[in-house]
Design a protein around this ligand. Sequence first.
Ligand code: SAM
Ligand code: DTB
Ligand code: SF4
Length: 323
Amino acid sequence: MQPPRFTRDEVRALYDRPLLPLLDESRKVHLAHHPDNEVQLCTLLSVKTGGCPEDCSYCPQSSKYDTNVSAEKMLDVREVIASARRAKELGSTRFCMGAAWREVKEGPAFDRVLEMVRGVKDLGLEACVTLGMVNESQAKRLAEAGLDAYNHNLDTSRENYRSIITTRTFDDRLKTLENVRGAGITVCSGGIIGMGESTDDRCEMLRTLANMEPQPESVPINALVPVEGTPLAAMPPVDPLDLVRMIAVARILMPKTRVRLSAGRTSLTREAQMLCMLAGANSIFYGDTLLTTANPGEEDDLALIRDAGLVAMPPKVSTHHAD
Ligand code: SAM
Ligand code: DTB
Ligand code: SF4
C-alpha cells in the first residue's frame, strides 16, 4: 500500500501556522489552481424533510429530537424542477437535493429521485443529491440518471464520530463514498466545525479527505447551525477565524477541490466571508434557505461576490436542452 499522502503531524503543523502566513500559502495554491476568480453558486432543496431515524446530534431533521422541523411528504418531481428552474434563473449552476433518509431504499421514492436528477440535468445544471447511505447498484442507477455529484459528509474525525452520531459508523460513511466513486459519480464530502470537536479532530477529518485517492472534487465546510431541540443547541458560536483556517488548510491539502463555504453564513460578517474566500473557498450555497435553516439572501450574496472582486461561475454552455 502507498503511504498516506499526509501525516497527522503535517496537517496539524499547517493548522497551527500563524494565520497570515497560512493565508499567504493557501492563496498561492488557490491562485495556481483556480485563477478564474469564480465562486460557484449552488442551490439546496430539501426534497424529503424530517422524520429521519438517525441521531446526528447537530441535525434538526432527526426524529429523535424535538425540533421545529416535522416529517413531511416527499416533494413531487414537478415542484422540484420548478425550483431548479428558478435557481438557474437566479444564477445557480448546481442544484443539490437532500433527503432526510438513513439510506436509500429501492422503490417509488428512489425512482422519484432518479426522475428529479434527470429533470435537473435537462435544465443544464449540475445535479447533486444527498440521500444517506447508498450501495453499489443504487450508485450505478444514480450515475445512469446523469447525477454529477453525491454529497455524504464525514462531518468529523473517526475518533470523534461516535460522540456525534451513534446510529452509523465512520466506516459506513467511507463505504458509501467508495460506492459513489466506483459508479463514476464525483464525491462531495466535508464536515462541520463548532460541535465541540478538538483541533486534532478537525485536522483528522481534513486528512481523511485529503488522503482519498482521488481526492473529493468538492469539500463543504459547515459551521454548526445550532438548532433548538438538538443536543448541540447550546454550543457556543464558532470563531469565524477557525472557519478561515479550516478552509485554508483544506485548500492547501486539496488544491484542485472546490471548497465550499457552507452552513453557518448567516452568523458571519461580510468581512469574515470574504476572508473565507481569500483562504480558498470558491463556492457558496445560494438562496435564503439551506435544507431547513436560514441562509443569506441572493441579493446580499451577489453584492458580496461583486464587492470582493470575484464573479459568479457562469453556466456551462450546453449543446443539448438549451433552456
Ligand atoms: N441524510 C443525509 C446524510 O446525513 O447524509 C443527507 C442530508 S444531511 C442534512 C447533510 C449534511 O448537512 C450533514 O452531513 C451535515 O454535515 C449537514 N448539517 C445538518 N445539520 C446541520 C447543522 N445544524 N449545522 C451544520 N451542518 C448541518
Ligand atoms: C453540506 O455540507 N451542507 C449542506 C449540504 N451539504 C447538504 C446542508 C446544510 C444543512 C444545514 C442545516 C439545515 O438547513 O437543515
Ligand atoms: Fe438524518 Fe442526515 Fe440529519 Fe443525520 S444529518 S439526522 S442522516 S437527515
